[in-house]
Design a protein around this ligand. Structure first.
Ligand SMILES: Nc1ncnc2c1ncn2[C@@H]1O[C@H](COP(=O)(O)OP(=O)(O)OP(=O)(O)O)[C@@H](O)[C@H]1O
Ligand SMILES: [Mg+2]
Length: 425
């Protein structure tokens, strides 16, 4: 807030008192005096914020990392849209700056310019002399991103997990839905969120499993990929149980080519930047964008059943994926509907691993009663009966993907031994 003289800034004390950006690091780069004055005056008032103000010459020398530290937010004065684009492209080309919150300051940006810059990777576009409300909103958005795991110290806790399958009804969607719900709960512990992307654009049915009666919006993205930015993606996602963000498949089956690879890449990049956990359910088909999705994954789970037909189909899929250079992908298989000892196992894990040439690191038991009930009620297993063996397997899957920490080993007392019970097939 200025009092007529651009160099004198008076902080609104109520705002100053209510804001706390503990440990948030900001680098500001500006040459013009009005921008420098606004930045210094307001940023000093934000509790817990560490910031540094450089001019463009210093910025050229140091780059984004000041004293070797990459900040959470970059507030950068730019001359015009073209100048802004050059900066955004240079920053986003650096993998370690993928999550840097970029706030651009420019003289009288038009609505069209703002929209264009947001589409190209800026997070905020403000005037040359932003007021404390604009700056605090920008910092608050960045703080939310940080709580979604976009700070370097929490990188290990951000995960994109992909489920693929090679034979119909393998159980991939059911696992993806339950894992997404479990991760959404986990993310909330950090103030973050999870999302589920149903990319089975022909027969995806995650919406059914989550009892979402709202129309799918994926078609809007397909029709206007250029308009896609994070705000649009968020608006197109549907809120599922516990606030899980879900991008559901279209109501009418679409040809896979309707979705362009560049559009899928944009969706993934936006989802990854804004959600701590991204869970993707893939169609049972190879598409022009399969490799883009698999390359974005921190872990790929191939869901299969332990019979010859399913394993042979899985092996064929893996062979096809080797053509797209995914040999070293972080991939393992899940043996779904794995029979318990008494039910007679025809194919052992070792035999399946020999056939697939990847590890089969989790087994998921059959539980028809639970899953039929889940479908009937539109309430997934982890919400309905979280202590069943099926749900314990969901936790194991997420531990394998390093998205959930393994449980601390408990010493068994006689009492706890007697209380273990809970057989569920
Ligand atoms: N472990 C399990 N025990 C019993 N039933 C299961 C199990 N896993 C999945 N199912 C059931 O199998 C059916 C198919 O599951 P799901 O839709 O998850 O498979 P999918 O691999 O996604 O199949 P699609 O090829 O249609 O995409 C569903 O009715 C589901 O409830
Ligand atoms: Mg499915």
């Amino acid at each position: 807030m200025t009092d007529g003289n651009d160099n004198v800034v008076v902080l609104d004390s109520s705002i100053e008192e209510s804001l706390n950006f503990d440990g948030l690091r900001l680098l500001a780069v500006a040459n013009s005096q009005p921008a420098r004055t606004s930045i210094s005056a307001y940023l000093t008032g934000f509790e817990g914020l560490e910031y540094e103000l450089l001019n463009h010459q210093q910025y050229e020398q140091h780059g984004v990392a000041v004293k070797g530290e990459i900040p959470d937010v970059l507030v950068l004065e730019v001359a015009d849209e073209k100048d802004a684009m050059i900066h955004i492209e240079a920053i986003r080309a650096e993998p370690e700056l993928e999550f840097l919150h970029i706030c651009l300051l420019m003289k009288q940006p038009t609505k069209k310019t703002i929209v264009n810059l947001l589409h190209h990777g800026a997070d905020d576009v403000l005037s040359l002399t932003p007021n404390e409300i604009e700056l605090s909103s920008c910092l608050a958005r960045s703080a939310v991103n940080r709580s979604n795991g976009n700070d370097r110290s929490a990188v290990a806790k951000r995960r994109t997990i992909v489920f693929i399958h090679a034979s119909g009804g393998a159980g991939a969607t059911t696992l993806a839905v339950n894992c997404a719900l479990k991760l959404n709960k986990e993310a909330k512990r950090y103030g973050g969120s999870a999302c589920l992307l149903d990319l089975d654009i022909q027969f995806g049915d995650a919406d059914l499993q989550l009892d979402l009666s709202v129309r799918s919006n994926l078609l809007d993205i397909i029709k206007a990929p250029d308009r896609l930015d994070f705000r649009m993606l968020e608006n197109l996602m549907i809120q599922g149980p516990d606030g899980l963000h879900v991008l559901t498949a279209p109501d009418e089956p679409l040809p896979f080519e309707a979705l362009e690879k560049s559009t899928v890449e944009k969706v993934l990049s936006l989802a990854r930047r804004h959600h701590r956990f991204v869970v993707i359910d893939m169609p049972m088909a190879l598409t022009s964008w399969t490799d883009a999705v698999l390359k974005s994954a921190d872990h790929i789970f191939l869901v299969t059943q332990m019979n010859v037909l399913s394993l042979r189909a899985a092996r064929r899929l893996l062979d096809a994926l080797q053509d797209v250079n995914l040999e070293n992908a972080p991939m393992s298989a899940i043996a779904n509907r794995y029979p318990s000892k008494g039910q007679g196992r025809k194919i052992s894990i070792a035999e399946a691993e020999k056939m697939l040439r990847i590890s089969v690191d989790t087994t998921v038991p059959s539980n028809f009663g639970l899953l039929i009930n889940s479908l009937d009620q539109g309430m997934p297993a982890v919400l309905q009966q979280p202590s069943t063996k099926y749900c314990r397997a969901i936790e194991e899957i997420l531990e394998r993907a390093s998205a959930l920490a393994p449980p601390k080993k408990q010493r068994l007392s006689l009492g706890s031994f007697f209380n273990r019970g809970g057989s569920d097939v």
